[in-house]
Design a protein around this ligand. Sequence first.
Ligand code: C5P
Length: 247
Amino acid sequence: MDADALRQRELTIAREKLIVALDVPTPRDARALVSDLEDTVVFYKIGLELAYSGGLAFAEELIKDGKQVFLDLKLHDIPATVSRACTQVANSGASFLTVHAYPQTMRAAKIATAGSSLRVLGVTVLTSCDDLDLAEAGYAYGVRDLVARRAAQACEAGIDGLVLSAGEASSIRASIGHKLILVTPGIRPKGSAAADQKRLATPAAAIKAGADYLVVGRPITRAENPREAVASIGAEIAAALSPHQAS
Ligand code: C5P
């Protein structure tokens, strides 16, 4: 393969690893952003803000247009309710769904989605939290230990993947291998504002830590030129994936 073809292949793989968080108020705003980004993005995340303003119907629209959809609904309830909610989502055509990584919740989600193409991801510890936030919430564990504990419980429950920060991804990858899909939010290209996120990494660092997918919201959605932001993040992912890249 010549250098140009190789570069093109790396950019395609990079594009498949980027999930853009559509954290905007309405489907109309989301539609405008998706139309601006055109074919530069293939995977979108719909979170709580958009889900509560018609985002689930918009998800169907995206799926019909050939996009992949991650419903970041962060479910957590009694098993029967989680199970019934997961059954509904399993029929939606979405690719990923999040539940909080509590053993009961993960087990209920696993049973309800068995045999469907929906992948269930357990949210370990929000990337906006650090050790102090966990202590404040009453946890005896710090971030590192709680993520490791929840990763082991996710494996036992048999769900498909985890949401965690890039800071924990390499040790989790080393302990569980490729059993689970690792998805990392808290991504900030150099120079972008942290806002409410505390466990941050650049796109390159997340790839090198072993992330399968990177979730990026504000560095793209609030950029002056979202297409340029996607291109620059894509190039950074591609460079980090390149076998020729010095580590
Ligand atoms: O704008 P920003 O890049 O910080 O957006 C990150 C997205 O990932 C948000 O939609 C947020 O809800 C989501 N998320 C997160 N941390 C988690 C799970 C999901 O930031 N642990």
